[in-house]
Design a protein around this ligand. Structure first.
Ligand code: F6P
Length: 345
């Protein structure tokens, strides 16, 4: 029996509650642990703000989006005496092992704490699917499903009005959501950060489709982090950066709306899906993956497998070193993009 702490950090993500439920169910029923959930990510650890999680308090949350613990983008290492405060909170509350559930930023803090001597086990989370050492993160399939449904809806209105619609999706510096939803939704062009685009080539695909297939509408899916081949940074929605140094991406769809309309003469509209992609119930895949990750994380915490992260490899859940997950982002697979390209134009 041990006292386990957990937290959810970074952007929220469908599937976080299934992870929490998995940790609590197996942690209490099998190992007899006491489980504490810190509120609002690392902020809760800094402030020693936690609640005890029980079977009762985590019942009925499997299908719920977001996180019952709340989240924040607090960077312990940008906070004065951050590491010392975190270690003091964990000691005061008698936490033996900490399970941070998050993306590269949250897990980066977990890795540093582990290096400082505190036992941690990471659970990878992001709708962007850009974490290395795991085939998928939970939340990604839900985001793709939401974006695909949006693209289906955009088809009928684009067709009715003979328009080109540019649909901007999330993903930060990776094109996973764009490539998957664009392929699933039958996009006519997909633009991703990994392949800087030439706007004239985009227009050529659209002109080609309109002149050779008789179609009078097109759908362009663009990742928020897509950049131009002739240089320049991705479009940003704000001048500020968060505590991990990330800019807020967004707005490329509006630039493309203007440029495609001017160059082709086709009427054009932009739609930015934004946080809709992160909200609401997780799809079944993410509920299952979240539950499996939660159970594997509490097993690792109970077996002394510290400094590790749970990961999906094929169909198996395995443990990898936290640093393997964080060495570099997992960018879009070339083969997938090349398949998507078959359907351009
Ligand atoms: O990392 C998840 C993500 O949704 C990215 O796709 C997006 O760029 C970012 O978070 C948005 O962050 P925020 O919720 O802080 O606006």
């Amino acid at each position: 029996m041990a006292r386990i702490g957990l937290l959810t950090g970074g952007g929220d993500c469908p599937g976080l509650n299934p992870v929490i439920r998995g940790i609590v169910r197996k942690g209490i029923d099998t190992y007899g642990h006491e489980i504490f959930g810190f509120r609002k990510g690392w902020k809760g650890v800094l402030d020693n703000d936690a609640i005890e999680l029980t079977r009762e308090s985590t019942s009925g949350i499997l299908h719920r989006g977001g996180t019952i613990l709340g989240t924040s983008r607090t960077n312990v290492y940008k906070t004065e005496n951050g590491e010392a405060r975190v270690l003091a909170s964990l000691k005061e509350r008698g936490i033996d092992v900490l399970i941070p559930i998050g993306g590269d930023d949250t897990l980066g803090v977990a890795r540093k704490l582990y290096a400082a001597g505190f036992p941690t086990v990471g659970v990878p989370k992001t709708i962007d699917n850009d974490l290395n050492a795991t085939d998928f993160t939970f939340g990604f399939q839900t985001a793709v499903q939401i974006a695909t449904e949006a693209i289906d809806r955009l088809h009928s209105t684009a067709e009715s009005h003979d328009r080109v619609i540019v649909c901007e999706v999330m993903g930060r510096d990776a094109g996973w959501i764009a490539a998957y939803s664009g392929l699933a939704g039958g996009a006519d062009v997909i633009l991703v950060p990994e392949r800087p685009f030439d706007v004239e080539e985009v227009c050529d695909h659209i002109r080609n489709r309109h002149t050779t297939t008789g179609k009078t509408f097109s759908i362009v899916v663009v990742a928020e982090g897509a950049t131009r081949a002739d240089g320049g940074a991705a479009a940003t929605a704000a001048d500020t950066v968060d505590s991990f140094g990330h800019v807020r991406l967004g707005g490329i769809a509006f630039e493309l709306e203007q440029e495609i309309e001017q160059r082709t003469g086709y009427e054009c509209r932009a739609t930015v899906l934004g946080h809709i992609q992160r909200g609401g119930s997780p799809v079944a895949f993410d509920r299952v993956l979240g539950s499996r990750f939660g159970v594997a994380a509490i097993d690792a915490a109970s077996n002394g497998d510290f400094g590790k992260m749970v990961a999906l490899h094929g169909t198996a859940i395995e443990l990898v070193a936290l640093e393997d997950a964080l060495s570099e982002p997992k960018l879009l697979d070339d083969q997938l993009f090349e398949t998507a390209q078959v359907f351009f134009g």
